[in-house]
Design a protein around this ligand. Sequence first.
Ligand SMILES: Cc1cc2nc3c(=O)[nH]c(=O)nc-3n(C[C@H](O)[C@H](O)[C@H](O)COP(=O)(O)OP(=O)(O)OC[C@H]3O[C@@H](n4cnc5c(N)ncnc54)[C@H](O)[C@@H]3O)c2cc1C
Length: 416
Amino acid sequence: MYDLCIIGGGASGLSCAIQAGRLGLKVLLIDKNNKLGKKLYATGNGKCNLTNSNISYEKHYYSSSNNSCIFLTKALENAYNPKEPNQQIIDFVDSLGINTFEDNNYIYPSSAQASSVVWAMLDELKHYNVDILSNTEITSIEGKYPFFIIKAENKAYKASQMVLSCGGAAYKSLGGTYSGYNLAKSMGHNVVSVRPALCGLCVIEDVTDIAGVRANANICLLNNNEIICSSKGELQLTKQGLSGICIFEISSWAGKLINQGITPQVNVSFIDDDTYNQLIDKIKSNNISHRTIIGFLNGYVNDKLAQYVCSINNVDGKKKAMEISQEVLISLISSLHGMMFNVSELYDMEQAQVTAGGVNIDEINPITMESKLVNGLYITGELLDIDGICGGYNLTFAMLTGIKAGKSIYDKIKSN
Ligand SMILES: Cc1cc2nc3c(=O)[nH]c(=O)nc-3n(C[C@H](O)[C@H](O)[C@H](O)COP(=O)(O)OP(=O)(O)OC[C@H]3O[C@@H](n4cnc5c(N)ncnc54)[C@H](O)[C@@H]3O)c2cc1C
């Protein structure tokens, strides 16, 4: 009989197991994958963006709950280490022997290798004699506190308390699954509908001619001309639509609108305001190049984009820029300054870095991560209805909620 059984050996489950193991609990950690931390190895392009030195609950996390900021404040605060969440993560990995460095607020292990974090975690589990079962998918949980029976095909395990750290459905090839949602539902929890997040956006317009173009851009997500959120950075145009980190950052909002039956729009500025104004001045003073329109525009943007903007404005780009009217040139420049795309859907789960939606956080006590519905059950990490933007916010949430559950389970045992 184990003190606790953790289902899911990702960032959250591993952190929980380490915390509980260090406190001397008898821990069983189960994962369906052949190796633990499979997703963790792939994080931050293999560098593992652990956390961020600028964390705002309002700006960097999404949830369907109106109480999400209060929830996050309590869930990510630690009475025993009353520091900012990023510092708690730095301290935690430091306790595993992992040094960190900061690059533009993003915090990584000094090795710049996600594997160094996974290996340090696994060494810690070994040191504290945590029992690990890989290649084992849990299909049902029976019984109740303090006697849960955790079932896999032809096998059953017993534990007095339970942690669901099963992650979300994103990136199936790295372990993403709906299994955790089904287990939570089977125990009485409500699951807010799940959808891909931190992913690209499919658009209604045919963008195959500009697929492959990468360009720095300012992006706004709109609902009926109202700006919902904005972002900037390298935009990647693909056959399906829009991708790149600046798009990932608006994808959770776009998904929310699509779920409400709305077709959101993305306004892309391929040229900034200063460049736009300079170009307008040039055109108005007839100070334009003797080159073709495409050649002229190619001085500012990618040539494929220059051709595309001509074709959507029905302009022959091979004509000399000097030979067409100022109005037409201004309309081309205006298109580059504010090109509108209609979003049809999100990229699919396999191309999403995280899952939005999940177990309703109003059913979880953020001070302990224990379920308010099932005594002795704890739910942590991406399985919950919280998703962060790019920059270390998701690992921070996964790891700190896992650590919190491990400590709470210990406290509950000691208080009985
Ligand atoms: C490519 C990629 C890059 C990313 N980069 C970053 C980054 O740099 N920084 C950042 O903050 N976030 C990043 N993320 C997001 C981050 O990795 C996740 O939010 C985080 O790993 C979630 O941790 P978790 O423990 O909750 O879930 P996971 O890490 O998904 O772990 C859940 C585990 O549970 C197991 N499991 C599920 N159901 C069962 C079951 N029934 N029985 C047994 N085992 C089960 C799964 O196999 C899995 O191993 C990235 C995600 C991806 C896909």
